[in-house]
Write a protein that binds this ligand. Structure first.
Ligand code: HAM
Length: 447
């Protein structure tokens, strides 16, 4: 038989391997704890939605909708579907569909994979994970500032330094329209400097031209009319309110008048947390206010604000800080030889787990169950604190050998412990010796 063709992962879509899992878990646990402490509730929406949801929410003339969406026709029924490129549109759909804000505002969070057909590079992938927060039904500058401070707390808790906050206000549609007219007139005067991308956007999305990375256009865009100068009284008051709260809470930021964001639903406050440690893809968290969005889906006017973090980028920053302190190892590795011993090991392993400890039971591989010696090597490599050993002699004596694998846990190196006492013995040794981090208590439910 010829060797079967190798199937590999899709370009720009990554596996998260076990060696990186502790960092991901640490990030997810820390984030969820903080979100909960600010009153956010979890929401999970499907990965696939109707294409129209995203094109309407994000905007037809945006990079995402124009060229990055994984859209397809469901061959079973002809539906036009898209793998979600972001989470806000889906959350808004769900909030409307389930009438979640009928009795007041909501703070919601989500996490999961998003899909954009971008050119893959460091920090930019075609499947990437976002952690997002959306506060729906809040209108004041207080929630904008609270969200920003919540993200700052996360950087603090994770030990991330060298992240800075960029802040801007893009006003409302009317203010942007007045600015837009002047901006187009200005850009037309400098048409000779505009690159092809800018020319294409001149009339469809001129604001995005201000975001250009093209060095030849920098001087020209620097001198372009600033949207900030077109803000009316209310927008200015809102922006000043956000800034005042940040100032009072010692949150440092720079106002970047050219920060406009790549999605069309925003108004007023927009912000990005940026680092220089990740090369070109340095934005680890981005968001802003999107007051008009819910109305575009037929809902009552409902102001809202949110952000999303790029998880891969944050994990990359965390990697620079070292290994997580809590190693991912089990408490007990069970070694056995012979049929009866295997049976006894199974029973004992379950009882030890009932007591809240982690147990890895040695299981057969294609080369067999393995000698005692090779099983002990596995036990050592597992990082377990104890090996529980059962062979013919132990079955005959009704007692297991319990071997200390890690010095600090107990002085005793090896002891014969009657089967019925093994659980208590291990719990005494492990839980008694130091503050044991596991929490295997049953989940409690209120009826
Ligand atoms: P976004 O700026 O498109 O906003 O994405 C938010 C974050 O997701 C980025 O700052 C970045 O960290 C990460 N990200 C985006 N694209 C990629 C990619 N191709 N590879 C890796 N990471 C990526 C939104 O998605 C909005 N929904 C945020 C929001 C929520 N605004 C209001 N509520």
């Amino acid at each position: 038989m010829s060797k079967p063709e190798k199937i590999v992962a899709i370009k720009g879509m990554n596996d998260i391997l076990p060696q990186d899992a502790p960092l991901w878990e640490l990030f997810e646990n820390t984030t969820e704890t903080i979100l909960k402490s600010y009153g956010y509730q979890k929401i999970v929406t499907p990965i696939v939605e109707q294409t129209a949801l995203f094109s309407r929410a994000i905007g037809a003339v945006t990079d995402i909708v124009e060229k990055e969406m994984y859209s397809f026709e469901d061959s079973m029924n002809g539906d036009q579907l898209t793998l979600r490129p972001e989470g806000t549109a889906s959350v808004v759909r769900a909030v409307l569909e389930h009438n979640l804000v009928y009795d007041g505002p909501r703070r919601l969070w989500y996490k999961g994979p998003m899909f954009r057909h971008e050119r893959p590079q460091r920090g930019r992938y075609r499947q990437f994970f976002q952690f997002g927060a959306e506060a729906i039904g809040f209108s004041g500058p207080d929630i904008d500032a609270e969200m920003i401070m919540m993200s700052r707390r996360l950087w603090d808790d994770l030990g991330l330094q060298n992240v800075r906050l960029e802040l801007n206000s893009i006003g409302n549609a009317e203010e942007r329209n007045r600015h837009r007219a002047d901006l187009i007139a200005y850009l037309e005067k400098h048409e000779d400097i505009l690159d092809a991308e800018a020319k294409r956007r001149l009339h469809s999305n001129p604001l995005r031209i201000l975001d250009t990375k093209n060095p030849a256009m920098q001087e020209m865009v620097n001198a372009a009319p600033r949207l900030l100068d077109y803000l009316g009284e209310e927008s200015l008051a809102h922006f000043n309110g956000v800034k005042a709260l940040l100032d009072k809470n010692a949150v440092q930021y720079t106002v970047n008048p050219r920060l406009v964001r790549g999605l069309d639903y925003y108004n007023r406050t927009v912000f990005e947390w940026v680092t220089d440690e990740l090369g070109a893809q340095g934005t680890i968290c981005a968001g802003g206010r999107y007051d008009p969005l819910i109305e575009t889906f037929g809902g009552k006017p409902t102001p809202a604000v949110g952000f999303a973090m790029g998880m891969e980028r944050i994990i990359e920053l965390m990697k620079g800080l070292g290994e997580p302190a809590e190693p991912n190892v089990c408490d007990v590795y069970m070694v056995h030889q012979g049929e009866e011993a295997q049976l006894q090991s199974f029973i004992l392993a379950e009882r030890i787990r009932d007591a809240g400890l982690d147990v890895v039971l040695h299981c057969a591989t294609p080369t067999g169950a393995g000698s005692f010696k090779s099983q002990m090597k596995k036990a050592d490599g597992s990082g377990a604190a104890f090996a529980v050993i059962i062979g013919q002699d132990e079955i005959a004596n009704n007692a297991a050998q319990v071997k200390t694998m890690r010095g600090e846990v107990g002085e005793q190196q090896q002891a014969a412990v009657p089967f019925e006492e093994v659980v208590d013995y291990l719990v005494d040794q492990i839980v008694g010796s130091h503050d044991h981090g596991h929490d295997h208590d049953h989940v409690h439910y209120h009826p």
